[in-house]
Design a protein around this ligand. Structure first.
Ligand SMILES: Nc1ncnc2c1ncn2[C@@H]1O[C@H](COP(=O)(O)OP(=O)(O)OP(=O)(O)O)[C@@H](O)[C@H]1O
Ligand SMILES: [Mg+2]
Length: 246
């Protein structure tokens, strides 16, 4: 029997709320509204692990890899990003679907990514977003694909971070399978905060974990170029969720 390690993420304020780190082998889903910092959180975990000498792979399914590099390379929090990419400590695998993907195409894409990961000794992998892979499939196929990815993650003893899209104005993930197919589930959504005037804050909730206790409180996540993403105190102000699906 192999053991499940808890891998510290190095994200300020985050390791504390997940009792030390994310599982490896294991599957973490980050499900969230657009622009809440899902990519920054996942990529910064990959980067921090690269600082610890672990190889990582970022599978980019919604954004050109050049655009990801452009965005983060001037952040002091990511100052070795280009160096790590050049040295193949961080590998970027771009596969943006331009037409609908069939189940067989999705499987071959997953095989390619995990074969490269295995050849290169990758310990940590991100799929950003897994929604982009599964949105063209039938409902029963989605779960098959998620299981297929999960099998690869466990058999290659990888820390997998899967990002899933939660559409604006919605509280419902589509297709609605991801939350049951993971060990850790983090939700990042918007809430209205009243601080003199109403404003939207990013709320981060550790919703579920099969490896730790989680308190399911609402935390605030903030992004700055200097520190990248960090999780600061809990939301104490009165708030409500503005987005409801009719
Ligand atoms: N230079 C910057 N300084 C501070 N904050 C920034 C900067 N650039 C981006 N951000 C913040 O980062 C957010 C985007 O982060 P990120 O791309 O990680 O979100 P995401 O959830 O992955 O978005 P998407 O749904 O578009 O993929 C922006 O909404 C903004 O709040
Ligand atoms: Mg993103």
């Amino acid at each position: 029997m192999s053991v499940i390690e808890k891998i510290p993420t190095g994200i300020k304020g985050f390791d504390e709320i997940i009792e030390g780190g994310l599982p490896r082998p294991g599957i973490t889903y980050i499900i969230g509204h657009p622009g809440t910092g899902k990519t920054t959180l996942a990529l910064q975990i990959l980067y921090n692990r690269a600082l610890q000498g672990e190889k990582g792979m970022y599978v980019s399914l919604t954004e050109k890899k050049e655009s990801v590099i452009m965005r983060y390379k001037n952040f002091p929090a990511f100052k070795k990003l280009e160096e790590f990419i050049n040295e193949k400590k961080l590998m970027l695998f771009e596969a943006i679907p331009t037409y609908g993907l069939s189940k067989d195409m999705v499987i071959s894409l997953i095989d390619d990514a995990f074969n490269i990961a295995q050849e290169n000794g990758v310990k940590n992998i991100i799929f950003d977003t897994v929604t982009s892979l599964t949105m063209y499939l039938k409902r029963d196929e989605v779960r098959t694909i998620l299981s297929y990815i999960n099998d690869k993650i466990y058999s290659q003893k990888i820390m997998g971070i899967m990002i899933a899209e939660l559409p604006l104005y919605s509280e419902v993930v589509n297709p609605p399978n991801e939350e049951f197919m993971c060990d850790v589930l983090i939700v990042m959504d918007y809430v209205w905060i009243y601080a003199g005037a109403p404003k939207l804050d990013v709320r981060l909730i550790p919703v579920k974990s099969r490896v730790s206790r989680v308190d399911r409180r609402s935390y605030i996540a903030v992004i700055s170029p200097e520190t990248g993403i960090e999780v600061i105190g809990t939301i104490e102000t009165e708030h409500f969720t503005p987005f409801r699906q009719g």
